[in-house]
Design a protein around this ligand. Sequence first.
Ligand code: NAP
Length: 253
Amino acid sequence: MPPHLLILGGTTEARELAAEPAVRRPGVRVTVSLAGRVSRPGELAGEVRIGGFGGAEGLAEWLREHRVDAVVDATHPFAESITANAARAAADTGLPVVVLRRPGWRPGPGDHWHLVDSVPEAADALPGLGHRVLLTTGRLGLAAFAHLSQLHFLVRSVEPPEPPMPPDTEVLLARGPFTVADEAALLREHRIDVLVTKDSGGAATAAKLTAAREAGVPVVVVRRPPLPSGVSAVPDVAGVLEWLGRLEFSPGR
Ligand code: NAP
């Protein structure tokens, strides 16, 4: 049986890792797992499976059934449940697991950041900061803002957001990467005076922070949830490759 690597995906890094020649070599089986939230996930290298596993137990069962040898959790920093499930399932099955967690963003000179611990806290912080909000926390969780009827929201997401949402909401469907020039134009054209974002990190969606800084627009930043205790994390694809090398994750081992 060739060694079998499971990549929990849904991010650019998962896509890059699956396409890495060092991973996609003869004699290694690679499966990428997606939650199925996005209707057109695009081309992915390796075998692709879509949909939840049924909690940590379901994932552990899947790992056994498909004779997985190692797990890379390359899910989004805010995908808290699947990361917790992966840690538990790996512990239950005795499999090695690593989390690929891209570094968070850092405020620089000229930034006006308001750090909060959750999306509802971001909603609490908004009144007083601005009236026209660019909301980029994703299509879920808008209920937390639904009571803010005095504010105008421009909600940007990849897939259409789900109600309930604030009464004065305009939706912009778009997928990064975005440039600073485009983000600056967006802030200007929609007269945005406050931005809300998760601390997703990464380059694809960082331009909004630069544009906000240049426009003097305050930013409400939702801090990341912590990693489950005891799991090891690496910041990038290179880190995963090193980790796999240390596992001697190679054909014919
Ligand atoms: P979540 O809250 O951690 O996961 C909810 C449930 O969705 C999990 O318990 C699991 O269902 C299933 N799931 C999540 N990721 C999966 C995967 N890669 N493969 C198979 N099942 C998965 O996750 P989420 O925040 O809804 O995010 C869903 C996916 O979108 C993730 O893969 C993530 O990488 C991606 N994403 C999330 C965000 C974000 O802001 N949260 C942003 C960009 C991309 P079962 O319990 O049934 O196994």
